[in-house]
Every structure is written in C-alpha cells, then in structure tokens.
Design a protein around this ligand. Structure first.
Ligand SMILES: Nc1ncnc2c1ncn2[C@@H]1O[C@H](COP(=O)(O)OP(=O)(O)OP(=O)(O)O)[C@@H](O)[C@H]1O
Ligand SMILES: [Mg+2]
Length: 375
C-alpha cells in the first residue's frame, strides 16, 4: 500500500478552489452581464445628478436574486469614484423606519453616527439638508428592499420627506431609487395620495434570468473561483437547473457552487461531480429562508418558532402560546402575522369555524424542521 494520493486525489495542501471569495455573499462581480437595459435606464435617471440637478426618481422591481442590489452598488461605486454626487444605499430590512433611514443617511454623509441621546427627526433632517445645500451636493438615496418600509407602514412618511426635501429646505436636491423584491406589492398604489402626487418614478424591471443566462453568469464565477477543469459543463448545467427551480435566484446557484466544491473536497476529489451538487442542494435551496429569518427581530423570530411548533393551527390558539413567551399584545401579534405573511414565510388564510365566524389559520410556507433548524 502506498501513501501517495492518486492523481485525481487532493492532498491536504490542495483545494478545488482558486478563489473562494467569489462565492461570498458580499462579493461584487467584476462583470455584470444581461442587465444592459436596466443599467442604461438607471444611468439615464441619475445623469442629472452629475450635472448638479435633481435626478429622476426610480422604482426597481423584480424577483429575488436578479441583480437589483448589485446594479445599484456598481453604479454607486462609479458615482463615488468619478463624481461629486453623494450616493447612499440604505438596507430597509435593517433600517425599517423613517427615523432609522435618516439616521443612516446622516451617518453616511457626516461619517459619524447621529447623537444616540436621540435628536428629533426634524433636526436630523435639517442637518442633512443644510450640509447638502452648503456643499452644493446632490444626494441619491437607494432604499433597498423598500418593501420592508411598507410592512412597517413607514414608506409614505419616508418617501414624502425625501421627495419634498427641496420644498422644506430650499436648494436641497435629493433623488430616490426604491428597490422592491415583493412582486405582490404595488409600490405606487400603496402610497398615500399626498406622496403619489409627487412621485412619478421611472420604472425598471429586473426579470428572472433564463437558463442560458444563468449558465453564462455562473460560468464566469466558476472560472474565477475554481481551478481549471474542476467544474464541467454537465455539473454547471445541473446547478443552473436547480437555480431555475428556485425562481432563478442567482444566490442559490452561487451557494450551490461553493457547497458542491466543499463536498468534492470532502471526497478529496479534484473535480466537482453531480453527486456533490445534489447533496449541496438540500442546504442551498434554503438560502431565501435563511436570509429572511436572519433579518427578523427577536419577537418576530419568536412567533415563527411558535408557528413552526403549532403549524396549521388557528391564530387565536397560537396567540396564547406567543403571548406566554413574549408578553406582547394582540395588536403587535397581528402586525407581525401580516409581515410574515407578506414575506412569504407563513400563509395566513381565513377559514369558517362552526359557530365562531371567520378565523385565521397560520401555516408555514417551508418545512418546519428546516425553519426550526435555522432560527
Ligand atoms: N448579471 C449578474 N452577473 C454576475 N453576478 C450577478 C448578476 N446578477 C446577480 N448576480 C449575483 O447574484 C447575487 C444576487 O444578486 P443581488 O443581490 O443583486 O440580487 P437582488 O435582485 O438584489 O435580490 P433581492 O431582491 O433578494 O435583494 C449576488 O451575489 C450577485 O453578485
Ligand atoms: Mg437586493
């Protein structure tokens, strides 16, 4: 028996990966294919800002993992490097109230956090606009995952303040890019009429990538991330099929590639095979779920947990368990149910109960073990 690993076996100091970073969540791709029209419309809308005028407002919509955030980041990086425009992206999953959004803007513009002792919204707002006017800067704000502002009923107030800034503070020039991945949400329709009357955005749609586009984009990632020959055409096709199965979300494909690579390494193999992809899919298919659960507050997670343990039961019964655990009242409970429903984590459907009228039934949209495991 020899200790020599065969030619197709990996040694301890070897890897199938050339650069594993390209599969990380915050990696900004070097090339951004199949989004030419969307990028053109975005640039067209932002161009006035470069000339010192107020840019056109934009609503960008499309299913998850279709490049909306990436498009904005690429453009914002260019703006920061080549122009005087202040470009700030706010993640509304994290900053989901008007006050939080403006605190984030403040921190980005001034390079330090606003006083934590709490200053009034009015003050926060005028400090930002004073600074813009004083420096003659145009501000472009990307409200990423703006749907979260709607779930918290903060969207109208936030947009109203941003869009009317030039009226309240003469000379302030602010443009807004709202990004939503909730296709059931009609962004314009859901705003108050006072906002609708000042908000006539350009609309940009990020459609799902088709199979060939997915392969094309992932091939590039493979070439950068893996050693030559580690991922064959058939394996990549399989990854693309799975990605398509999960609504064309590229995150699934990228996660699959990384996990499949790790599975190949576990077998000490130099090449990724179909079996590595199949095995990875059991985890990768839940990237949506993990991402959604990761952004929930403690009380929201607590409710998901209670629902997972009482799947399919009536809202009234689940409330008892939720209240025992969190002490929160029925109003907050209902709000959280609506949010989880809009996020697609649960479905809340009305059923008729004998003698008790209509009642809501709460069902998880995912396998309950998969949910509990990730909480
Ligand atoms: N055309 C593309 N070329 C290369 N990589 C891409 C492309 N489109 C998307 N990606 C990659 O896919 C992943 C998801 O993209 P992104 O985060 O921009 O999607 P999104 O539309 O903002 O999704 P969500 O609505 O869920 O926030 C990222 O890792 C990104 O690098
Ligand atoms: Mg995004």
């Amino acid at each position: 028996m020899s200790d020599d690993p065969g030619d197709d076996m990996l040694g301890w100091d070897e890897s199938v990966f050339r650069n594993e970073h390209v599969f990380e969540i915050d990696y900004l791709p070097e090339t951004f294919k199949h989004r030419e029209t969307q990028m053109e419309t975005l640039k067209y809308s932002l161009r006035p800002a470069v000339r010192g005028s107020r840019p056109l407002n934009v609503i960008a919509r499309g299913p998850p993992g279709t490049g909306k955030t990436t498009a904005t980041q690429i453009l914002f990086d260019e703006l920061r490097a080549q122009t005087e425009v202040q470009a700030v992206r706010v993640n509304c999953q994290v900053d989901s109230t008007r006050y939080a959004v403006f605190s984030r803007l403040f921190a980005e513009i001034f390079d330090y956090e606003p006083p934590s002792s709490g200053i009034s919204f009015k003050k926060l707002f005028s400090q930002i606009t004073d600074r813009l006017v004083e420096r003659e800067e145009v501000l472009v704000v990307a409200l990423d995952d703006v749907n979260y502002l709607f779930y918290e009923s903060e969207a109208s107030d936030t947009l109203y303040s941003l869009l009317r800034a030039h009226e309240a503070h003469s000379g302030a020039r602010i443009g807004v890019i709202g990004i939503s991945s909730d296709l059931d949400l009609d962004v314009i329709d859901e705003l108050d009429t006072r906002v609708q009357s000042v908000f006539r955005p350009e609309e940009i749609y990020f459609n799902k990538y088709d199979q060939t586009e997915i392969v094309d984009i992932l091939r590039e990632r493979v070439d950068r991330g893996f050693h030559e020959g580690a991922v064959g055409t058939q394996v990549l096709d399989r990854v693309a099929e799975f990605t398509e199965e999960q609504g064309g979300d590229l995150r699934v494909g990228i996660d699959l590639l990384r996990r499949a690579g790790m599975n190949a390494e576990m077998r000490a193999s130099r090449s990724v095979e179909a079996q590595d992809v199949e095995k990875a899919y059991d985890k990768s298919k839940y990237v949506h779920l993990s991402r959604r659960l990761g952004e929930l507050t403690d009380s929201e997670s607590a409710l998901v947990e209670v629902i997972a343990e009482n799947d399919g039961e009536r809202a009234g019964d689940i409330y008892e368990a939720f209240n025992d655990q969190t002490d929160l009242g029925y109003t907050r409970y209902s709000e959280i149910i609506n949010k989880l429903d809009q996020l697609g984590i649960i479905e809340a459907s009305y059923t008729n109960v004998e003698g008790r009228g209509r009642s809501r039934e709460l069902t998880l949209q995912y396998d309950s073990d998969a949910v509990l495991e990730r909480l």
